[in-house]
Design a protein around this ligand. Structure first.
Ligand code: HEC
Ligand code: HEC
Ligand code: HEC
Ligand code: HEC
Ligand code: HEC
Length: 387
């Protein structure tokens, strides 16, 4: 090889390495909360025109929207609601910490510590954030749009301090009574992975004009910002599977005797989507225990292979299985689609010793499907006489 050729080859190798390094750097999560990008217009529904002169006049000072903790000063009440909510725990939660190999799995970052979704766009997947990760899905993840915060009220605030520190502007993608499809897409940026949005759109709640917010942002009376007058607004405690009251509302349990069998039925009575939905590690268990005519427990075979006996027997496990398990999900679809699919039944035969006594059927919700009853939430319990 001649001298020039050797230099050329060396240069090419260097350029290759440079490009490789550049590509690596581009993969790194960005150390910002979104300043450097103009908000993308999300496809569905009307999106606000942030270039309109009124909106421009209500821009926050550059830089003040970089720190998610800055909102607490004026929005204390909403901050406290959010702090008691799962979105605030998305990064530090026990189960997430465990399953993400102590936060090291980069596949998990985009939804559990996202950049502002109005910046990255409601038609695009969430993107990972490089800073303030411990705050999970914070105020900026949902509200920041350039130098504005997108909100649900149609009046721009005229208080100069608000404009400077917050830059509120109305955005129909945020509001309970806003653009229906766009609102669903907004939540769906992260909640569409396992089709919660599609399940919802097949339900009668969707046809009735509802959105995710109808059930997950409850009406409360409170202040929007410090010093304001309390009024009707919607809570930031977006309750779900961790809230016993929500689980009760979602499911009904009935049981009856049919000849020599006990039949249990679980109905999806109040969720806007399948139960369980989304997280594949959830599980709904239906268990039965038998008691004789004197109220004494009747042990039942709990393991057919070993013949082991115990107090409670499994009747059903309702789950969205992992793909590698190659099982058909047993999830209960949302009420209002096909009526005959809105419940699931299971049955077992009554042991002779329990005749004249009673059966106790229980429904447990397990945040992690393989958790034992003691670690799960007891949602419903019904008794059936066997006299
Ligand atoms: C200096 C005080 C102050 C700070 C700091 C502040 N805000 Fe505000 N914000 C207000 C006030 C006051 C209002 C108007 C309240 C009303 O309408 O009664 C408001 C309104 C809002 C609205 C509603 C807008 C609408 O159109 O419905 C949102 C959303 C909001 N703020 C989010 C945030 C976020 C996110 C942060 C943190 C980056 C933040 N604010 C920081 C004082 C503040
Ligand atoms: C596309 C967005 C997205 C990605 C990527 C993602 N998650 Fe999630 N994750 C969610 C949503 C949405 C929920 C809430 C669903 C629910 O509660 O049913 C959730 C809930 C969870 C929960 C339940 C938390 C609890 O305490 O009950 C765990 C654990 C979890 N995710 C772990 C992970 C891990 C580990 C990864 C990476 C392998 C990951 N997630 C990647 C969106 C995502
Ligand atoms: C998961 C997304 C999400 C997160 C996180 C979030 N918000 Fe909101 N916020 C919303 C939605 C959606 C609305 C509109 C609700 C409605 O129509 O009443 C809203 C409304 C508001 C409003 C206007 C309330 C009203 O009734 O006028 C304020 C102020 C606000 N948020 C502040 C905050 C602050 C401060 C934080 C952080 C502590 C925060 N939000 C975190 C989604 C979110
Ligand atoms: C008609 C009321 C209703 C509507 C509408 C609704 N939900 Fe729910 N949602 C519930 C109830 C009740 C539960 C508790 C049952 C459960 O956890 O499965 C729940 C649970 C959840 C959970 C926790 C599920 C789990 O198993 O971990 C998530 C996540 C969720 N909803 C997201 C959404 C999203 C996103 C939308 C909009 C696409 C939505 N919900 C619409 C009522 C509703
Ligand atoms: C940027 C991603 C993202 C967006 C946007 C988002 N969520 Fe979530 N949401 C999550 C993740 C991740 C979790 C799980 C947090 C955890 O428990 O670790 C979650 C949890 C929840 C839960 C509690 C589930 C449970 O198991 O108890 C509900 C309810 C919920 N979200 C509703 C909504 C609604 C309604 C919206 C739209 C206003 C929304 N989310 C927007 C990512 C998101």
């Amino acid at each position: 090889m001649s001298g020039t050729a050797r230099i050329l080859v060396a240069l090419l190798i260097l350029m290759g390495a440079g490009l490789f390094l550049f590509a690596l750097m581009a993969e790194e999560p960005r150390e910002d909360n979104g300043t450097s990008r103009e908000p993308k217009q999300g496809g569905a529904g009307a999106t606000p025109d942030y270039t309109d002169p009124l909106a421009r006049a209500h821009e926050a000072k550059p830089g003040v929207l970089d720190d998610p903790t800055s909102c607490r000063r004026c929005h204390e009440e909403i901050w406290d609601e959010w702090a008691g909510d799962r979105h605030a725990k998305a990064w530090v939660g026990k189960l997430y910490t465990e399953l993400s190999q102590k936060h090291s799995d980069p596949n998990c970052w985009s939804c559990h510590a996202p950049r502002p979704v109005l910046q990255t766009g409601i038609d695009s997947p969430a993107e990972a954030r490089g800073n303030y990760r411990e705050s999970g899905i914070n105020c900026l993840s949902c509200h920041r749009a350039g130098n504005h915060v997108a909100g649900s009220s149609k009046t721009y605030s005229d208080t100069p301090e608000v404009t400077a520190d917050c830059g509120p502007v109305f955005d129909p993608r945020m509001a309970r009574a806003g653009a229906q499809d766009a609102t669903i897409k907004f939540c769906g940026v992260c909640h569409a992975l396992h089709g919660t949005d599609q399940e919802f759109m097949r339900s009668h709640y969707y046809r009735a004009g509802k959105t995710c917010l109808s059930c997950h942002m409850e009406e409360v009376v409170g202040v929007v910002a410090k010093g304001g007058t309390p009024r009707k607004r919607h809570s930031h405690r977006m309750l779900g599977a961790h809230a016993p009251a929500m689980l009760k509302r979602a499911m009904e349990l009935t049981a009856r005797r049919d000849g020599n069998r006990i039949v249990a039925r679980v109905t999806n009575a109040g969720a806007g989507h399948n139960v369980p939905t989304d997280a594949r590690h959830r599980g709904i268990w239906v268990r039965v225990a038998f008691f004789d005519r004197y109220g004494q427990p009747v042990p039942v075979v709990i393991n057919k292979d070993t013949g082991e006996r115990g107090a409670e027997m499994v009747m059903d496990l309702i789950r969205l299985f992992y793909r590698h398990e190659h099982k058909t999900p047993t999830q209960i679809p949302p009420k209002g689609t096909l009526a005959q699919q809105n419940w699931r039944e299971s049955s077992v035969s009554v042991p002779d010793a329990a005749k004249g006594g009673h059966a106790r059927v229980r429904l447990h919700y397990a945040l992690r499907w393989d958790w034992p009853p003691e670690k799960s939430t007891l949602v419903h319990e019904v008794k059936v006489s066997l006299e």
